[in-house]
Design a binder for this molecule. Sequence first.
Ligand code: ARG
Length: 484
Amino acid sequence: MSTSHNQLDTKSQAWSALFSEPMSELVQRYTASVFFDKRLWQADMQGSLAHAEMLAAQGIISQDDRAAIERGMAQIKSEIEAGSFDWKLELEDVHLNLEARLTQLIGDAGKRLHTGRSRNDQVATDIRLWLRDEIDLILGLLREVQGALVDVAGRNVDVILPGFTHLQVAQPVSFAHHLLAYVEMFARDEERLQDVRKRVNRLPLGSAALAGTTYPLDRERVARTLGMEGVCQNSLDAVSDRDFAIEFTAAASLIMVHVSRLSEELILWMSQNFAFIRIADRFTTGSSIMPQKKNPDVPELARGKTGRVVGHLMGLITLMKGQPLAYNKDNQEDKEPLFDTVDTVRDTLRIFAEMVGGQLNPATGTKEGGITVNPEAMRSAASKGYATATDLADYLVKKGLPFRDAHEVVAHAVKTAQDQGVDLAELPLATLQQFNPDIQQDVFEQALTLEASLNARNTLGGTAPAQVQAQLARHTQRLQAGQA
Ligand code: ARG
């Protein structure tokens, strides 16, 4: 690195003559962030322009300086977009890179941009602006995934599969009901992110290094220009805390956990032993040795990438815990985990929306290539494992038997059916009556069929088709209205 003090593009320019020796190359690389934080350039520029606008409005810099700053920034923007901007490691980060180039382009006006500002409030502002926009993208993707699940659910209200507890056949449920459980999860994720967004969307700028500044800044004005909902009210807190990033990563972790649970189900359902569904070939891969294989790589990877996002949450929260007020360089470590979290969640949701719901065919206006359902396999699985045993018990309760006694009666019936290798509905009426004489012919219709079992669960939130239809209508309406 050059130690010349009159060269605009060296770091010595940024902090003056105090330093008697240059950094080693290793230390430079160790401390620099430009190769990852250049991703923030648009937010950095947006913040700078809002700051300059306010400085000029307050008479702190001239309108000419402001115009020059805007001109210079426009030039830098086109350079970055064209890929011709010369990012310099020795300028450490995105902030100093942009400022140095600005000064190169417009001279003294460029040096006045940093009046009343520090990189500490600058970087905190940049991350918030960037994250706010990413949150909006993720919110849109969460809605797409919900829409895809609702679509598939809408076609499968009457498709019945075994519901499990402990992964043991428990009671029959509607496949739509099962999918709508995930819609509920993603709707909560959406709500959570909207809430996080409020705290992300507040302005640190104007806090300067840590204590505020001597210039008559109008912070509210900058907040308005940037579309922020408020101004951080304590300068020490504003430059230092990254709780908003931690909160976001926690919400992102929950999104991934929900995706991971769904992935696990898709993987199970696709296995030959279940054969409940198929997903399009483009989300699977073959095996290099076993010719018959079609592996569910995408859901498996999504399940795996959940660990990475949860890891980032641990990283960020640990990053914060030992920091005294105010800004510390530790915080530079917030970016890579945050970027990777955003990238992982975005890619995952985008893929899932398509894998579940399919791709729009512009010719037909319909979606194609989503999950293919095998209702027969689901039905036959639901018919095994005595999924309607509870219904038989409930039938006896309606005949006046206390529930605990009914439970015991049915356990005996299940044991007998198991010994004979048949389902409850396959036992002759005479056999069933040996367990309880009140059992009548109507038991088959009213309790032992899968449809009867579903229809009977007509409580709010239950799996009866009438309830599922009501939930479908609610979700469809909610998604159309743009509500979480
Ligand atoms: N690259 C730094 C970061 O990401 C910018 C702020 C640097 N501030 C400072 N006082 N060194 O946090």
